[in-house]
Design a binder for this molecule. Structure first.
Ligand code: 5RP
Length: 234
């Protein structure tokens, strides 16, 4: 813990991301507590007259953006966006990410991939030398979920990753469902030395819809620590 506090650092990263926003932009809005700071700050700018059109990555972000007075649109109306600003569960020096802690990874990846730039905002606790301390979220079809879980464990084992994969539950103990009505498997396999290989293996696994490894998608990571906000990438 530090003097500013983790939430204060998240806010600082979100404030720094405002510098990337220009009038008239079409923006992707991320999901999670760090992204929520950005949505709030952006809402204040919109109320001051900044013209923007936004695509939210979850129903929670949609509700917050509406409350903040942001104008919303869809990828059907605007298939290409200028910028997405989103948080992450982990990032490394090569701007590879683990996302999906909030269960929004599918829409987050679709929206970020439709954007010319993805700016990630994070406090420094998310910075890692090797991805994998955070259990990797994988979105799967609910039908045959336990079979998909076994297939995920098997493909992980083939590339030397061993650990525990579990279907995510809500705090009430019922299966967690994403905004798209899918399940999440959280893969606690420890360090992932070759994220590209694991991403490829997951992409080819029956029942897997998408995974939380974001590789080659983020353009920059704004990292907030006690000593200020550092920009990784361009
Ligand atoms: C949601 C995400 C979030 O960006 C990630 O979980 C980080 O959340 P927070 O900013 O609350 O730490 O990927 O699916």
């Amino acid at each position: 813990m530090n003097a500013i506090g983790t939430d204060g650092l998240k806010r600082q990263a979100a404030e720094a991301a405002l510098a990337f926003v220009r009038p008239g932009m079409r923006l992707g809005l991320g999901t999670g507590s760090t992204a929520a700071h950005f949505v709030e700050l952006l809402g204040a700018k919109a109320r001051e007259g900044l013209e923007l059109l936004c695509v939210p990555t979850s129903e929670a972000t949609r509700a917050q953006a509406e409350r903040c007075g942001l104008k919303l649109t869809t990828l059907d109306d605007y298939p290409e966006l200028d910028l997405t600003v989103d948080g992450a569960d982990e990032f490394d020096e090569r701007l590879r990410l683990i996302k999906g802690g909030g269960g929004a990874l599918l829409r987050e990846k679709i929206v970020a991939s439709a954007s010319k730039r993805m700016v990630v905002i994070a406090d420094a606790s998310k910075r890692v030398a090797t991805l994998g301390a955070f259990a990797l979220p994988v979105e799967i079809v609910p039908f045959g979920a336990r079979s998909a879980l076994r297939r995920i464990e098997a493909v992980a084992q083939e590339i030397g990753l061993v650990g525990k994969a579990a279907i995510r539950l809500t705090s009430q103990g019922t299966p967690f469902l994403t905004d798209g009505g899918n399940s999440i498997v959280d893969c606690a396999f420890g360090a992932i030395p070759d994220p590209e290989a694991f991403a490829q293996a997951l992409d080819a696994t029956v029942g897997v819809i998408e995974h939380g490894l974001f590789i080659g998608i983020a353009s920059s990571v704004l990292v907030a620590s006690e000593s200020g906000v550092e920009t990784l990438g361009e």
